[in-house]
Design a protein around this ligand. Structure first.
Ligand code: FES
Length: 158
């Protein structure tokens, strides 16, 4: 069997151009992914990069996660949790995508809240640190009750 993997031996190794063509990702991006530790290659005797075919699925996972707004660092960390840094199996994908879905929901919720706060500020323009939820994202006045608080002209705006 030699050094062949389950899904293909070295004779099926791909050049970076082939990976780019098959994945729809620019060569420069593939090089960036590699420098960031997201994908791997090896050098052939001619010192040219070669990639296992499995890299296509790995790149697909990276792209989908990026579209969901996951940082490359978080993607790399997630991929590193896989045994031997393997290409995600169906089960791996289910676990990773569930985690990313939760992250996405969290960001959606924060954006919806921000949008609603912005709605309340449109037409106001006070931008008061004491009143404005956009200026006061920690909601320091939240303990005073829901909704806008009465503007206190003596409140500091610093
Ligand atoms: S501008 Fe945000 S409450 Fe006035």
């Amino acid at each position: 069997m030699g050094s062949s993997s389950k899904t293909g031996g070295l004779h099926k190794a791909m050049t970076v151009g082939e990976v780019a063509a098959r994945s729809g990702v620019a060569i420069s991006t593939l090089h960036f992914y590699e420098s960031a530790g997201l994908i791997r290659s090896w050098r052939n005797p001619g010192n040219q990069r070669r990639y296992a075919r499995e890299v296509l699925r790995r790149v697909a996972v990276i792209r989908v996660a990026q579209r969901a707004g996951i940082s490359l660092a978080a993607i790399r960390d997630a991929l590193k949790t896989l045994p031997n840094e393997r290409t995600p199996t169906t089960e791996d994908w289910s676990r990773l995508s569930a985690t990313w879905r939760a992250d996405l929901n969290d960001r959606i919720n924060r954006l919806v809240r921000l949008r609603d706060q912005l709605d309340g500020c449109i037409g106001c323009g006070c931008l008061s640190l004491g009143v404005c939820p956009l200026r006061n994202p920690a909601d320091k006045l939240g303990r005073l009750g829901p909704g806008p608080q009465i503007l206190d002209p003596t409140a500091s705006d610093h």
